[in-house]
Write a protein that binds this ligand. Structure first.
Ligand code: NAP
Ligand code: SF4
Length: 677
């Protein structure tokens, strides 16, 4: 019997019966906008083949004014419908079901013509929206209904109408964005009119035998958001208007509470999905920070929610459901909720992919096809680049030996996994270990590869990583100065209550600061503590789910000063969608952040600094310890030995280019090299 009987049970919704309870939630991937529909179809085909019970597409605009950005995909022409038919046919051929999400962005639309219930600018958008008049409202509803009818024509099994995350329908419903006094605003009955009318008209447009999902915001996490009673009233009205199922949304895009980042506890908000399920008669889908079959099974076994939604986990592994049902859950590549290659790419105007799975979004371009001639391959260094290169080479049929000088595989990932809030990295290292074993890679730890021995292999890959950069600060040899590697590897401990100066405020400087101010287990492992730290309240007691007293972070364990030489704001170069979370966390822990710093000298009392080019305000930052987080240099000694011995080698990861190296780039480079060998 399967370990996941509740997850793998079919769900009869009337219009369709889904083959299991796992939904691949909507994600904007940017693939539709490339115009390469074979690529779009292949992306969804792989996820349907991998067993997703229901797939929901990225949000499709119902009209130009509702498009998230100019030119965002929608179903406007016969040609669009034909393209979408390629996608739906691909999914159906794999026995899957697919619904199209209709997303009207309202005031979040990036354009001067964006529309909203009231002319209130969103804090994250540059434009004041145009207030809709009666005719404008009718047009938006009609366009949403037309989009649903076209989705049916394109072969979709249903639509998901986006009513959460602060988009148009949510904007009409919440008091903070709806200041109208006509029949579309004011009291609850008027504020729910637009979402309810949209569902009623969608149902009329598509007929009875078509799935209509409404994505409802359970907790807005913005001031003057909805109350729980209002959410339930909306849900019941939407039910009466003809929906088949509720998907659930958590927080608006402008919210200052993280909702999907890696530091958010797993299932931090599923209690709200369960509460909605108890208040309505339609099936409810739980969402946000669910990324394992065990978690999905536990939620479904409890019997309140009918389905679970996972979006990014299907980027990390298209075969999530197939592997779980085959008893191979440990082979599922985990989504670590880092956003580095999915959401961050989208905000950089690139297509979405995945740190853990570089094939995501590139299914037609990056293939791990069997090698024509299996060879003996040596990989030196079991960090992210080396592990991925070894894995892909082995998947392709090569015989691979992976050498690691340290006692454990993982390389720099072992630094990340000890940082409070980055516990998901544990699962990533565990997955690599299991996948390498399953693929038959011979892993030799505690074994430094030497040029002489490597010469016997057909191909040599050097992935020896990085070493900390020497900042050459006078006094850095004093006993109280340590490198981030010494600290995070556990070689050096710093007592609680100590004053610590951190030199270098890149990703690792921020991580080290978090490590010093926060103990383990961290709030990421304790949802109640995490909700309190970020000021989240029960929406039945506080409008919008924001605690009136605000965030209540626990006291920092150490007194930390974080410094950089650049004059810009510290943390400005961290991830586009997660940098603000790291900055807010350290601010809450009263970490002092200094920019434009010159490090004059380290002395027994701390570190002497001055500011700016004119070296003004020379002063002492008192510190019991100084931690150097000043970046890395490539570790190329082995590559040089090989070159001297005339052995050709492929150099990847930090050993190749250390500057701004992250796990995403390292894994991508390892996978692409091994796909070519
Ligand atoms: P980094 O991002 O390059 O930062 C190095 C820091 O050291 C900078 O603050 C730099 O700023 C300073 N620095 C460089 N040379 C120096 C010198 N000679 N003397 C004094 N200070 C110097 O490197 P990292 O922090 O080691 O991170 C490595 C990689 O891992 C990065 O690509 C990073 O993005 C990634 N990572 C990301 C995260 C995250 O997003 N949360 C976490 C960990 C790691 P100044 O030159 O202004 O002083
Ligand atoms: Fe998950 Fe990170 Fe991959 Fe995005 S890039 S899908 S967050 S592992």
């Amino acid at each position: 019997m399967s370990a996941y009987p509740h997850m793998l049970r079919p769900l009869d919704l009337g219009p369709v019966t889904l083959r299991n309870r796992v939904m691949m939630g909507s994600m904007h991937t940017g693939l539709e906008e490339t115009g390469d529909w074979a690529r779009v179809a292949e992306f969804y085909r792989e996820r349907a083949r991998g067993g997703a019970g229901l797939i929901v597409t990225g949000g499709m605009a119902p009209n130009a004014e509702g498009a998230v950005f100019p030119g965002a995909a929608g179903l406007f022409t016969a040609e669009d419908i034909a393209h979408h038919r390629e996608v739906t046919s691909a999914v159906h051929a794999q026995g899957g079901h697919i619904a199209m999400q209709i997303l009207h962005a309202g005031r979040y639309a990036y354009g001067r013509d964006c529309v909203a219930p009231s002319p209130v600018k969103a804090p994250i958008a540059p434009f004041v929206p145009v207030e809709l008049d009666e005719a404008g409202i009718e047009k938006q509803i009609a366009d949403i209904a037309t989009a649903a009818a076209r989705a049916r024509e394109a072969g979709y099994d249903g639509v998901e109408v986006m009513g959460s995350e602060g988009y148009l329908l949510n904007q009409f419903f919440a008091p903070c964005t709806n200041h109208r006094s006509d029949r579309w605003g004011g009291g609850l009955e008027n504020r729910l009119r637009l979402p309810v009318e949209a569902i009623r008209r969608v149902r009329a447009a598509v007929g009875a035998d078509f799935m209509v999902i409404f994505r409802i915001s359970l907790i807005d996490l913005v001031p003057e958001g909805s109350t729980w009673d209002e959410v339930v009233a909306l849900a019941r009205a939407v039910e009466d208007a003809g929906a088949n199922m509720f998907n659930t949304g958590i927080g608006w895009h402008e919210s200052r509470v993280p909702t999907i980042a890696t530091s958010v506890p797993r299932g931090a908000f599923t209690w709200l999905s369960e509460r909605l399920a108890e208040a309505v008669s339609l099936p409810v889908i739980a969402s946000n920070r669910i990324n394992t079959p065990e978690h999905a099974e536990a939620l479904l076994k409890a019997g309140t929610v009918a389905m679970v939604s996972m979006a990014r986990p299907f980027l990390a592994d298209a075969d999530f459901v197939a592997k779980a049902s085959a008893g191979r859950a440990r082979a599922i590549a985990p989504c670590i909720a880092c956003n580095q290659a999915c959401l961050d790419h989208i905000f950089e105007g690139r297509t979405a992919s995945c740190l853990v799975n570089p094939r995501a979004g590139h299914e037609t371009q990056l293939s791990y096809s069997p090698a024509t001639q299996p060879r003996e391959i040596a990989v030196a260094g079991a960090g992210p680049a080396g592990m991925m290169a070894a894995l892909v080479a082995a998947w392709r049929g090569h015989r691979v030996t992976l050498f690691e000088a340290a006692p454990h595989i993982g390389g720099q990932l072992n630094m990340a996994r000890v940082i409070p809030g980055k516990e998901e990295f544990d699962g990533l290292v565990a997955w690599f270990a299991a996948a390498l074993a399953d693929a038959g890679v011979e892993v030799q730890t505690d074994c430094r590869a030497e040029a002489g021995a490597l010469a016997a292999f057909d191909e040599v890959i050097v992935a020896t990583g990085v070493r900390p950069r020497d900042p050459a600060i006078p006094g850095q040899d004093l006993a109280h100065v340590v490198s981030y590697a010494q600290l995070l590897s556990g070689a050096v401990q710093i007592a609680e209550g100590a004053r610590v100066a951190i030199v270098g405020a890149g990703g690792i400087g921020f991580d080290v600061a978090a490590y010093l101010v926060q103990g383990r287990p961290s709030p990421t492992e304790d949802a109640a503590l995490w909700l309190r730290e970020w000021g989240v309240a029960d929406p039945s007691q506080a409008r919008g789910g924001l605690a009136p007293e605000g965030p209540r972070p626990e006291r920092a364990l150490r007194e930390v000063t974080l410094m950089q030489r650049k004059a810009e704001r510290p943390g400005r170069r961290l991830g586009r969608t997660t940098g603000w979370i790291h900055r807010a966390h350290l601010r809450a822990k009263e970490v002092q952040m200094l920019s434009g710093v010159n490090y004059e000298r380290i002395c027994p009392q701390g570190i002497e600094i001055s500011l700016g080019e004119e070296r003004r305000e020379r002063r002492l930052i008192p510190a019991d310890h100084v931690v150097l987080c000043t970046g890395q240099e490539p570790e190329r000694r082995l590559a040089e030995q090989l070159a001297a011995a005339d052995v050709t080698a492929h150099v990847i990861g930090g050993a190749d280019v250390a500057a701004e190296l992250d796990a995403r780039r390292a894994i991508d480079q390892g996978a692409r090299l091994a796909a070519r060998l």
